[in-house]
Unconditional design. Structure first.
Length: 137
């Protein structure tokens, strides 16, 4: 499938989105791990995002419109781990979980790790992270 367009520049009603698996990945992944982006792009519409340049509100609005008007079947997010900017992309996608299946992946030192929705939620709530660090689960 491919595509490899900027998330904010794709039409929310483009036919390629209908019933598609949509990958939204951080643009820096193309430089650091092009083979991982290529692997995740297989059989998906791949759209890149740059959370250093874009406001989370723009991304949330665009993803919402893609999900509600474009009709994809799933949303997959792939970013670098440890980036405070990239983390926002996971937050934005997770807001749509009640409308579409969402899967989260991060890359740490070349290894892909699937991240649960609970982990994304915990990352938004520092008191939960603090509790986990102090007491375990």
């Amino acid at each position: 499938m491919g595509c490899d367009k900027a998330l904010l520049r794709v039409s929310v009603t483009h036919p390629m989105l209908r019933n598609a698996s949509v990958l939204v990945y951080s643009v820096c992944m193309r430089d650091w791990y092009p083979e991982i982006v290529e692997q995740f792009s297989t059989n998906r519409v791949a759209l890149w995002a740059c959370m250093e340049e874009w406001h989370i509100s723009q991304v949330v609005a665009k993803l919402y419109n893609i999900v509600t008007r474009g009709g994809p079947r799933e949303l997959v997010v792939l970013t670098m781990d440890g980036s405070p900017h990239c983390l926002q992309l996971h937050f934005a996608a997770e807001m749509l979980r009640d409308r579409i299946p969402v899967r989260h992946y991060v890359v740490e030192k070349g290894a892909v790790v699937e991240v649960s929705p609970e982990a994304v939620k915990a990352a938004r709530h520092l008191h939960r992270v603090q509790h986990l660090l102090q007491h375990g689960k």
